[in-house]
Design a protein around this ligand. Structure first.
Ligand code: MG
Length: 176
């Protein structure tokens, strides 16, 4: 009965985010691109082509959070035409997104991210990823899920041309 009353008075929202980045060995200057996912650098021959550090998983997560709060999307708040965001660590974008939500009275409940990448295997990095995200989100690591999948060599992910990420989140009104 207590749970029922709690849910009735609590404003809860869900959000979903999606992002894709192209994979390449070097940028336009011929510099090696890093592969950054969920705030962790993964050793690989290719990295994401992007204005920022190309962390598709964090971009999907930012969009999910902004979507849950109906605050627009990542391109609205952190445009890829702005010099200040060139090469930026996407963990900083996540921190700023959480600040935007907090300013509107929202708290992050839990997040669930899925990364689709053919290679390399990211299972060894998942615990580090969860810790990075939890710190930036200001929530317990137990409320942060990161999952990985391949696409069975199908599509652009399967051809190792890109990385795809999805995120689902729950946010709620700050209680105090
Ligand atoms: Mg992106």
């Amino acid at each position: 009965m207590k749970t029922f009353v709690f849910l009735r008075i609590m404003n809860i929202r869900i959000g979903h985010g999606y992002d894709v980045h192209r994979l390449a060995e070097t940028n336009e200057k011929g510099e090696k691109l890093p592969l950054r996912l969920c705030g962790v650098t993964i050793p690989h021959s290719k990295g994401c082509v992007a204005h920022s550090d190309g962390d598709a998983a964090i971009h999907a997560l930012c969009d999910a959070l902004l979507g849950a709060a109906a605050l627009g999307d990542i391109g609205l708040h952190f445009p890829d035409t702005a010099a200040e965001f060139r090469g930026i660590d996407s963990v900083e974008l996540l921190r700023r997104t959480v600040k935007l939500l907090r300013a509107q009275g929202w708290t992050v409940g839990n997040v669930d991210c899925t990364v689709a990448l053919q290679t390399p295997k990211i299972r060894p990095y998942i615990d580090d990823m969860r810790r990075e995200l939890a710190t930036a989100l200001g929530i317990d690591v137990g409320a942060v899920s990161v999952k990985a999948t391949t696409t069975e060599r199908l599509g652009f992910v399967g051809r190792e041309e890109g990385v795809e990420a999805h995120a689902a989140v729950l946010i709620h009104e700050r209680l105090c």
